[in-house]
Design a protein around this ligand. Sequence first.
Ligand SMILES: *Cc1c(COP(=O)(O)O)cnc(C)c1O
Length: 490
Amino acid sequence: MENLKYVGTRNKNITATASQAILKGICDDGGLFIPEKMPKLDKTLEQLSELDYKGLAYEILKLFLTDYTEEELKYCINGAYDEKFDTPEIAPVVKKADVSILELFHGKTIAFKDMALSILPYLMKTAAKKNGIDKKIVILTATSGDTGKAALEGFANVEGIKIIVFFPEDGVSPVQKLQMVTQEGSNTCVAGINGNFDDAQTAVKTIFTDKELEKELNDNGFMFSSANSINIGRLLPQVVYYFQAYIKMAKMGEIKLGDKINVVVPTGNFGNILAGYFAKQLGLPVKTFICASNINNVLYDFFKTGKYDKNRKFNVTMSPSMDILISSNLERLICMSSSQEKTKELMESLSKDGKYTLDLTNGIIKGEYATEEETAEAIKDIYKKTGYVMDTHTAVAYASYEKYKKERNDNTPTVIVSTASPYKFTKDVLKSIDKKYADMEFFPLMKELEKISGVKIPEPIKGLENKPILHKNVIEKNEIKEFIKKQLIK
Ligand SMILES: *Cc1c(COP(=O)(O)O)cnc(C)c1O
C-alpha cells in the first residue's frame, strides 16, 4: 500500500510518517499533524459487519498507519482490546427511548479515553522501535479529568516511557481525582495545578515548542511526546467505534446498511467528534454531526455564527471534561476545510486576541448546547422513562439532541456517543434524579447508584476510597516547566 504522509496544519512542508507523527505528538511550530489526503475504505459495510472490534480496528487503522506492518498493527490491537474491557464487544450499543447509545466506557478507567489510550502505548513503543529512538520518551499530558487517568493506566510501567500528568486541582470530579492521585507505577507523575484545563493545555503546548528545553532534555536522554488528542495517535483509534456504532445499529434493525445516521458527540477538545468526521470521510454514511457543548459553548457559537471567541467566562460545570474554551482539534478541521496558510493566520489570531472568524456554518457539523438544568433534566427524564442512568457528559449530548430534533424537525436515526460511566460523576448524576442525594457521602452514593440502575459498581473503581494517595503535588500554572525539569533532571 502507498505510504500515507502526515503534514502540519500550519505548514504543509512539515511532514512525517504515521509513526513519526505519533512519536512527535505535535509539530515543531505548534501545528498538528493531519493526513495529507484522506484514505478510502477498501471494504464494504457488509464486509465490515462480519468483523469483531479487533477486526474492525485493523481494517480502519491500516488505512492510516501505513508504515506499520500488518504484524505490528495486529500486535498493537490485540494488546489493547482484550480483557481490560468488561465486555468482548468493547463498545456496545444500547437502544433507550428514541436513540441508540454507543457506550464507550467499558475500559479500565470507565471513560471513552480508554478507547484510544489502551492502544497508544503500543503504537508509540512500536514507533520508537521502528524509528530507532534510543531516548526515554516523556509523555506530557494536560487533562480535564479523564485523559489523565487513562494515559496513566496505559503507560504505567511501560519500559522506556515516563508519564507526567497535569490536572486542574479544583476542576475534576472526586472520582477522577482519586483515580489519578492513587496511580501506581514507578514511571508515573501527577500534579494538580491551580488553574483550569485551558491553562494546563496551553502550558504543555508551549513546552512542546520550547527549543531550549528540548535541547536540555535531549542532552539528558529524553524526548517529549503527548497523550492528548493533539497526538494523531489518539485520534485515529477513535475512528473505529463510529463504524462499530453504525454496524450495530444495522444489526439491531434501526437502519439498513447504507442509510444515513446522525451522530451526537459531547465535545470538549473536539477530538472525539473529529474522529467521527474522519469516519465520514472514509465513507461512513452520516448526515449530520451534532457537536454538543455545555455552557462553555464556544463551539456552539462558532458553528452557528462562524465566530470563535474564547474571551468569555470559564464555567465549572457538572460535565468537567468538557469545560474547555480552546478546542485544540478544531485546528485540524479548519485546515481540512481551508489551507495551512489560513490556519496559521487564524491560530495566530487565536493566541493574540483569543478569537478568529471562519464560516463553517453550512457544513455537516452543527452546534448545540445544554444548560446545567437541561442536563440534569435529561438524566432524570431518561431514567424515569427507561431506568437507564447516563453520565453528565452523555446527558449534555442527549439534551442537545432533543433541542436539535425539535428545532430542525429531523427524525434521522441517531446515535449518542456516551463518553463516561455514571459512576464517574455519581453525585451530580444522582442529584439530578432526586434532590435527596445532595447531602449524601460519596461512597454510599455509589451503592445507591448500583441499586437504582441495576448496573454493578465497575471493578476499576471498587475500593478506590481505600487506596493510598501517592501523588500530592499541587503547583502554580507558571511552575509547570520547572516542575518538569525537576522531575527529569536530577
Ligand atoms: C474528554 C471527554 C469529553 C470530550 O471529548 P473531546 O474529544 O475532548 O471533545 C467528553 N466526555 C468525557 C467523559 C470526556 O472524558
